[in-house]
Design a binder for this molecule. Sequence first.
Ligand code: BGC
Length: 365
Amino acid sequence: MKKLLSIFTMLLLASLSLFAKATIVGIAMPETHVLRWTKDGESLKKEAEKRGYSGLVQYGNADQAQQNQQIQSFLTQGAKILIIGNINDGVTSVVEEAARDKAVVVAYDRIIQGTTNYSAFITFNNYKVGTLQGQGIEKALNLPAATTAAPKYITLFAGSPTDANANFFYQGAMDVLNPYLKKGVLKVVGPYPETYKDTSNFQKIATENWSGPLAKTRLENLLNNDASKITLDAVLAPNDTLGRAIIEACKADAKYRSKLPVVTGQDAEFDSAVSIKNGEQYMTVFKDTAKLAEAAVILADALAKGEKPNIPGAILADGDLKEIGYTGTGYVATYLLDPIGITKENVNVPVDAGFYTAEETAKLK
Ligand code: BGC
C-alpha cells in the first residue's frame, strides 16, 4: 500500500511539473520605427526561452501610456521578471507597482529615471558611443590640421530629450569636438549647446522620440536659412534613423549632390551599412543587441535566483562612467557592454558577427 502511495505521489508530482507553467518574462520594447527594437525583442524572447522562461514581447509605439498598459498586463499574467526599454519617466509608476509585486525589473538599454526602486540597468557604454561619433568627424574632417582661415562647418543633432542616452551620446561627441570649436577651426551652424546641460539650446537640437521626419524637416529649414550661404562639412547625427533622414534632406539640395557632408550614426542598421558601403553615411556605431539581450537575460535570471550576476563582456559602471547609472534620484547597479565604431573600412564587423539576415549579409558582401 505504502509503495503504491509513493508511486502515486511521484506520478502526481511528475504530471504537475509537466503542467507547471514556465515563469513569465515580460519584455517591453519602446518602439518599432527604429529598427533595432524588433531585433531586441526577438533576441530577448529567444534568450529567455533558452533558459526555460516563457517570453512575452510588446512594443510601445513610442507612447509611454501604451507601454505602461503592456507592463501592467505582464504583471497581471504573473510575470516575475520584466525587461523594459522605456520611452520616458512616465514608466516610474508601473515600475513601482512591479516592485510591490517583488518582480525583478531590468532597465534595458535606456535607464528608468525618477526611481531607484528596481533591480539593475544594462546598456552599452553610451558615452563611448558619442566619443566614437565625435572621433569619426574629427578624423573625416582632419580637424587637427584645420585652420581658422578655412574653418569646417557642422550642424548638431541630438536624440530624444526624454531619453537619458541622448545626453551621453551628445556629451561623448562634444568632448571630442568642443576643443576644435574653441579654437575656431570648427564652426557650428544653428544652435550650439556646449553640453547637454545647456537645456535651452539642447532642446533645440534634440529630436522628440527619435523621429526621422522631424530631423529631416529641421535640417531642410536650416539648409534654406542659416546654412544657405555655407557648405556643411559634417552633421552630428546620434543614430542611423536620423542619419539617413539627414542624408535624404542633403540629397534634395543641389549643393550636396556631388559631395555629402560627413554624417554619423549608431545601431549599424542594415540600410546604414549599405549607405556606408556606398560612401554616403560616413560611420555608425555597432552595438551587438544580440549580446545585450543575452546579457540582460543572464542578469535577470541571476537576480531572480538571488545569485550574483556574472555577465560575460560587461563591466560595472564605475568611476567616470558611474553617471550612466544615475536615475535623477540615485544610482542603480549598471552594466555596460562595449560599442564599436564602423566605417567603410570595417563594415564587415557586424556582418561577421551575424548581425544581419542571410539575405542582408549577401548584399553586404
Ligand atoms: C538607443 C539607440 C536607438 C535610439 C532610438 C536609444 O536609447 O540606445 O540605439 O537608436 O534609442 O531608438
